[in-house]
Design a protein around this ligand. Structure first.
Ligand code: PNS
Length: 171
């Protein structure tokens, strides 16, 4: 008999400036739970990220090119509106430590206020990534430290290219 269950789609929103192995870990866990997980990169002209949206999309697409259950996209405006447009019933966010909890809970409850049918699922990364953030990756790299094993190989390559082009901003 044909399975008529609707596809269960999750969006994993964020800035991803740049993608870290902590993000990759959450995406792999999400891909195991949902039929499709959409890595949704926020387009926010007010922020001045190190990597352009195009560069961030490329790094994520190359990282997940062999995983059909993972899609990379961009979004602007309200996340719940984007999730609705994508027929997603779940918003995935990573929770590294208690310090993340307050911000994540605020966002989850605000998103529930805006759309009661979309659930937020908070997922814990592997312990080895609980100290990892995009901000620290940029800072360590800018100061000459190694980020090997903390980011996908392509991200390390792109960080090196940025450094060659001029000093890497840490924020
Ligand atoms: O990686 P980040 O910077 O922690 O991601 C934050 C993000 C993109 C998830 C959040 O800023 C967001 O959802 N922005 C879209 C605008 C929106 O919907 N704001 C209300 C959320 S409560």
């Amino acid at each position: 008999m044909e399975n008529s269950r609707p596809e269960r789609i999750a969006v994993y929103p964020g800035t991803f400036d740049p993608l870290t192995n902590g993000h990759v870990d959450i995406i792999q866990r999400g891909a195991a739970l949902f039929d499709r997980i959409v890595v949704a990169i926020l387009v926010n002209p007010a922020k001045s990220p190190l990597f352009s949206v195009k560069e961030r999309v490329e790094m994520a697409e190359v990282t997940f090119e062999s995983q059909p259950g993972v899609e990379v996209d961009t979004f602007q405006g309200l996340l719940v509106e984007y999730a609705r447009r994508r027929n997603a019933s779940v918003i995935v966010r990573g929770l590294r430590a208690i310090s993340d909890f307050e911000y994540e809970m605020q966002m989850a409850l605000m998103n529930r206020h805006l759309s009661s049918t979309i659930e937020t699922v908070l997922m814990m990364p592997a312990e080895s990534y609980t100290y990892l953030s995009s901000r620290l990756v940029k800072e360590v790299f800018a100061l000459g430290g190694s980020v090997r094993g903390l980011v996908p190989d392509l991200v390390e390559t792109r960080l090196a290219e940025k450094l060659e082009a001029g000093p890497v901003r840490r924020a």
